[in-house]
Design a binder for this molecule. Structure first.
Ligand code: ADP
Ligand code: MG
Length: 261
């Protein structure tokens, strides 16, 4: 299915989301190309998490349309499960890895390789886990293999495992919601390297990040959300980091002026 030619992995049209009387998203028009890394930025409460939750079936919108690989989505038939089946994977800030489990088990949670008698093929799972660690993630030589337990991994490596899983299971869109929050600087670099690998492997990503320098360096395009609306689409080559920072500070000032008025 995903081999078929398509232009956008996902496209939202006039998407609106409300929580009771709170309007979290208004008229979102957003299209993500098949090998595009889009950085989603904006102040706390701007609606970033709500937007990705709507694209991944967690939160239903109050109105608007969604297209996946250029095909219209039926909201009545859209769910987290369905988004997953359509090869969307989300990597959250908090990890959902089993601490005491070896890495190979974590790779295959919920997607065991079973033989025709229904038994888990442990040997095959170990082999594949080692291959992902070495080839896709470049963990070679850092003393980590498929038998290592998750508790031995640093924060950045844990995020790497989650990203590696998403790549192995052939996600076409990988969504990262502030994956570097609470990580040490060295660990942040690892996560950024993993995001580069998503790009190199031909996939698309939506990358939510509060550190502007990081998204500015990595993303093909930056989408700025402000109070539930997209207020800018920026090519990093066309706006340097300093100018971007000024732009975002300017938005915050209009916001506070608005509250005071
Ligand atoms: N489950 C929820 N119930 C009610 N309001 C929510 C819920 N989730 C988010 N909101 C509100 O929607 C707005 C956008 O939140 P969010 O998407 O989490 O922003 P961001 O991720 O950009 O910080 C905020 O005003 C927030 O309080
Ligand atoms: Mg958020």
């Amino acid at each position: 299915m995903s081999d078929r030619a398509y232009e956008h992995i996902v496209r939202a049209e006039k998407l609106c989301v409300s929580f009771g009387k709170v309007r979290a998203l208004t008229d979102i028009d957003l299209a993500i190309g098949r090998n595009e890394i889009v950085g989603l930025i904006g102040d706390n409460g701007a609606g970033k998490s709500t937007l990705i939750k709507t694209l991944t079936g967690v939160i239903p919108p109050s109105s608007g349309r969604l297209f996946i690989r250029d095909q219209a989505v039926d909201w009545n038939n859209f769910s987290v499960r369905r988004a997953h089946d359509l090869r969307f994977e989300t990597v959250y800030q908090e990890k959902s890895l089993g601490e005491k489990q070896p890495l190979w088990r974590n790779f295959f949670v919920g997607r065991q390789i079973v033989n025709r008698f229904g038994f888990i093929n442990v040997r095959e799972e170990r082999r594949i886990a080692n291959e992902i660690l070495q080839r896709q993630l470049g963990f070679r030589g850092v003393g980590i293999d498929a038998e290592s337990t998750v508790s031995k991994l640093s924060g950045g490596e844990r995020q790497g495992i989650a990203i590696g899983r998403a790549m192995h299971f052939d996600a076409d869109l990988i969504i990262l919601d502030e994956p570097t929050t609470a990580l040490a600087i060295k660990e942040v670099q690892k996560v950024l390297d993993f995001v580069r690998r998503i790009k190199e492997s031909g996939r698309a990503a939506i990358y939510i990040e509060h550190n502007l320098a990081h998204v500015h360096a990595l993303a093909d395009r930056l989408v700025v959300l402000d109070r539930g609306r997209i207020v800018a689409n920026i090519r990093p080559a066309e706006m340097d980091l300093e100018e971007l920072t000024r732009f975002l500070i300017g938005l915050q000032q209009t916001k506070h002026a608005g509250v005071a008025a």
